[in-house]
Design a protein around this ligand. Structure first.
Ligand code: RP5
Length: 160
């Protein structure tokens, strides 16, 4: 199982490190590419083909501003594409809207903006992969159980 994380710029990397770290927690292999829908369109197209041939099962695409990357990736593949809108000078609203408003027929699963989305993209990718790999379903259940324990633990020492 393999996830391809594509980001439009190395300036997205500090945010998208969380995606990689979370995939590692679940033992998922991944590769990271910096490729832009606008700056390197030909290389992007070429990479998507190559990633599919070498076993990618889910794409995660992160971009900011006029964030067309995830949509362009989706236009070249039938695999699921998860989009992560990056922050921008317009508070990421431009990134969210350009990633979200895909025309009918070319869906992108868009996450929250920034770090929240970076983490959720990994978890969502694991959920997709768990349909094929049952051991991941078990790991997801453990992950949720840990969240429950962590929240309940916080009730023990509430200090005002
Ligand atoms: C997008 O433009 C990138 O994904 C990044 O979020 C934004 C700015 O890129 P840089 O100018 O920092 O390279 O394509």
């Amino acid at each position: 199982m393999k996830v391809s994380i594509i980001m439009g710029s190395d300036s997205d990397l500090p945010t998208m490190k969380d995606t990689a770290k979370t995939l590692e927690e679940f033992g998922i292999q991944y590769e990271i590419k910096i490729l832009s829908a606008h700056r390197t369109p030909e290389q992007l197209k070429e990479y998507i083909k190559q990633a599919e041939e070498t076993g990618t099962e889910v794409f995660i695409a992160a971009a900011g501003g006029a964030a067309h990357l995830a949509g362009v990736v989706a236009s070249y593949t039938t695999l699921p594409v998860i989009g992560v809108p990056m922050d921008s000078p317009l508070m990421g609203l431009d990134s969210i809207l350009s990633m979200l408003q895909m025309p009918p027929g070319i869906p992108v699963g868009v996450m929250s903006k920034g770090l929240w989305g970076a983490k959720n993209a990994a978890i969502f990718a694991v959920q997709i992969l768990s349909l094929k790999y049952p051991e991941l379903k078990e790991k997801l259940q453990q992950y949720k159980q840990k969240m429950v324990s962590n929240v309940l633990e916080k009730n023990k020492d509430i200090v005002l």
